[in-house]
Design a protein around this ligand. Structure first.
Ligand code: SF4
Length: 353
């Protein structure tokens, strides 16, 4: 079956499909057609940003005559990110370090972006593949079972890609059929400044997928409004206690995730990913799915993932030392179906019994 024949796609990801087919401009292309001044100070920049975003919203609803101007709203966003990184508050950790001067925060990601790999991914959700996936090294969470820990926990792995190289990679691979640019890691958030700079240089129309743990700061969410077409959002935990114990998150995980989810639903489309963890059906899976259903309705696409493996430091944490059981997965999938959430179950199911 062609996934695009599924009516759920139109409901959840209708604009994404039209950008993918080049029928509508990606949000970052619209951003480049909105004129904006670039003031020196941060508060003047935010004031200008809020004026320019009003023009952006009008254009989004009536995207005709899209033509790049200079200076533009995307350059203004770049300027704000460049000011923010000198006192870093890209994410909810708000480390307040000057990454321009070489200081490192919790994520240990420097000023330059390092890429561990980039390729046409065919293992993502069917509506995304082939997905032009760029893996940024480093992460601002520290999941003790991280399925991708070789990338996320080693910010110095891979090689430095300046914005020009990222833009050229996207342009080249779009011509060869990638449906989107999928910014992941690790985590894209610590690389916000370089991602905005690379989109400024990118000359092809392509949907931008922000594949993230969703602990961005409110300011970062403001900057991503008008840039991201689809949030590929990990919603892991149903409470702060599990987030603290398993991902070393300070308090505030639930508040941050729900706040950012509501913001994301106002300014883009969302595809949620929820990785079922062993022994976390009641405390995490069900509260997450209930919140999504209660607050975002049944038009949101949710992928309930079964592929958990006890990786990284999981062997030392008694509740997550095994794969999930078939019963656990079915209980979560059933709960999701009853909550009216649309899920394409595409994984090869690997259970511990
Ligand atoms: S991106 Fe987040 S974790 Fe990294 S330095 Fe900035 S505020 Fe800290």
């Amino acid at each position: 079956m062609n996934v695009f024949d599924d009516p759920g796609i139109q409901k959840a990801l209708g604009r994404y499909v039209r950008v993918m087919n080049d029928e509508l401009p990606a949000r970052f292309m619209l951003c480049k057609s909105v004129p904006a001044a670039i003031p020196a100070g941060i508060s003047e920049c935010w004031a200008e940003h809020s004026k320019a975003m009003k023009k952006f919203s009008k254009l989004l609803n009536n995207p005709q005559h899209v033509e790049e101007v200079r200076p533009n709203l995307l350059e203004l966003k770049q300027r704000i990110a460049d000011l923010m990184i000198a006192d870093c508050s890209f994410c909810e950790r708000t480390c307040r370090v000057n990454r321009k001067k070489g200081e490192l925060g919790m994520c240990r990601v420097g000023y330059e972006s390092r890429i561990s790999s980039a390729f046409e991914h065919i293992g993502e959700e069917p509506e995304l593949v082939p997905s032009g996936t760029i893996f940024f090294s480093g992460c601002n969470m520290s999941c003790q079972y991280c399925q991708n820990w070789q990338i996320s926990q080693f910010p110095s792995c891979g090689e430095v890609w300046p914005p020009q190289k990222i833009a050229e990679w996207v342009e080249h691979h779009r011509k060869f059929g990638i449906r989107n640019v999928n910014l992941v890691g690790g985590e894209p958030t610590p690389n916000l400044h370089n991602i905005l700079a690379s989109l400024q240089l990118c000359r092809v129309n392509i949907p931008v997928v922000w594949n993230s743990n969703m602990i961005m700061s409110q300011e970062t969410m403001e900057l991503l409004n008008g840039v991201v077409d689809v949030y590929l959002a990990d919603f892991k935990y149903g409470n702060d206690g599990c987030a603290k114990r398993l991902s070393l998150m300070p308090q505030g995980y639930w508040k941050t995730l729900t706040r950012n989810s509501l913001a994301a639903s106002r300014h883009a489309e969302i595809l949620y990913r929820h990785l079922v963890l062993p022994n976390h059906v009641e405390c995490c899976s069900k509260p997450v799915l209930k919140w999504v259903s209660d607050n975002l309705g049944d038009s949101v696409r949710v992928n309930i993932m079964s592929q958990y493996r006890p990786e990284y430091r999981a062997a030392g944490i008694s509740d997550i030392t095994r794969r999930i059981t078939k019963k656990e997965y079915e209980e979560v999938a059933d709960y999701s179906r009853k909550a009216g959430l649309w899920n394409v179950e595409l994984q090869s199911l690997l259970f511990s019994e």
